[in-house]
Ligand binder design. Structure first.
Ligand code: NAG
Ligand code: NAG
Ligand code: NAG
Ligand code: NAG
Length: 357
């Protein structure tokens, strides 16, 4: 039934090509607003590509680099003019990093991969590492391999279960799967393999599931090729309740792809249009049958260099909870105006005005 709904949404979209506002197959689109965006810190190389980020309890942000080296960066002093991205670790057997998630206090897992080209992984080179910091104020850490994944396609978004954080769920963009990993034992299995996780047939950019979040009893994901969001009920141990049914939330055909996302304290979903350099919000809304079906673009813009090629979000630390940090690829995959590319960076969206309305 949900597949039918999605087809219907797409059909509706194609029927109104040329009418920008109406082409949003979410039920509604609010007029765009422009939240202020500042650049916090940049890398130096062009091209470069930051992929995901997670915040340490001490407020520092750890960011993963997808291309030209499996480099982990740490954003220091982010709320001061001395903000900088410092190298934290280079995984020498890989040349790209993807998802990162927290499995215990100040302990993280990160996916490392060897690629032969952009999003062209070498088979049997997917590794998940565990990084355990030695103290809250220390950048020293120990490393442990949490698993090898010989049959992985492209591991992308990754999240851990809030109540059992040593259970991780990983979205495989190429195999169209969600993989469940027990980080303690290293055992893993395919939790879900359904069309809504796969790229659409014949997609030019065959990335299916991309971002993945666990929020209030549901597993949510974005599907890049389908430009759509979905969810399914999940139990606290990362297993599907027997009656779980996938729900298609919204598809947004006015943009060319969706990347990672986060929720805010009001359960709104903040998404990123990677190739359109834009941030948007899908509103939770008050009608339970129409959750996440109204979209509003809130930052960046097709021709704007505020967040070129935005990839993922991380909320600010406690004293800057109004800031939503964004990692970027500098527009390296879709130059702005066809020409402008900059080094990957971490920017911050000031969401104060959004919540004051
Ligand atoms: C990480 O290692 C790769 C390969 O050895 C190298 O090309 C890259 O420059 C290194 N990154 C940094 C930031 O040193
Ligand atoms: C993956 O690589 C390991 C060693 O690097 C090897 O033992 C294993 O047989 C390989 N698996 C597959 C499916 O190729
Ligand atoms: C792209 O072009 C528009 C005008 O067409 C201009 O306003 C904008 O600044 C340009 N963006 C960049 C990043 O150069
Ligand atoms: C972006 O710039 C192009 C020309 O480079 C122009 O055709 C288009 O209208 C601009 N779009 C926006 C949203 O500013």
């Amino acid at each position: 039934m949900m597949r039918g709904l999605l087809v219907e949404l797409y059909t509706a979209a194609f029927a109104v090509v040329g009418a920008a506002a109406a082409s949003v197959t979410c039920r509604g689109q609010l007029p765009a607003i422009k939240l202020p965006v500042t650049t916090v810190a940049s890398l130096t190389a062009v091209p470069s590509f930051l992929e995901r980020a997670i915040r340490r309890p001490n407020g520092d942000l750890i960011a993963t680099q997808l291309e030209t080296g499996a480099q982990l960066w740490i954003l220091k002093d982010s709320s001061t003019s001395a903000a900088r991205l410092a190298p934290l670790h280079n995984f020498s057997e890989s040349n790209g990093l993807l998802g990162i998630a927290s499995v215990a206090p100040d302990t993280y897992i990160v996916t490392a991969q060897l690629f032969s080209g952009f999003l062209d992984p070498v088979p049997n080179t997917t590794v998940i590492w565990e990084i355990q910091f030695e103290g809250t104020e220390s950048d020293a850490f120990s490393l442990r391999k949490a698993g090898d994944f010989p049959s992985a396609g492209l591991f992308n978004g990754m999240a851990t279960m809030p109540e059992e954080p040593t259970i991780a769920l990983i979205g495989d963009s190429f195999n169209g799967q969600v993989v469940r990993l027990d980080v303690v034992t290293g055992t893993h299995d395919v939790l879900l393999d359904i069309p809504e996780l796969h790229a659409s047939e014949g997609a030019a950019f065959p990335v299916g599931i991309n971002g993945l979040q666990i929020h209030k009893g549901y597993l949510y994901w974005s599907n890049t090729a389908r430009v759509a969001f979905y969810r399914i009920a999940i139990d606290s141990n990362g297993r599907l309740p027997s009656a779980a049914q996938v729900e298609a939330l919204a598809s947004i055909p006015s943009i060319s792809g969706v990347d990672d996302f986060v929720f805010d304290a009001r359960d709104n979903l903040w998404g990123l249009a990677n190739l359109d350099n834009q941030a948007f919000v899908l509103y939770k809304g008050s009608d339970s049958r129409r959750e996440y079906q109204t979209v509003q673009f809130v930052a960046g813009g097709l021709n704007s260099s505020e967040i070129p090629g935005p990839t993922a979000y991380a909320w600010g630390a406690r004293n800057e909870g109004h800031l939503l940090y964004v990692t970027t690829s500098g527009g390296s995959k879709a130059p702005i105006n066809g020409t402008y590319v900059e080094p990957a960076k971490v920017a911050a969206i000031d969401t104060t005005a959004f919540f004051k309305r």
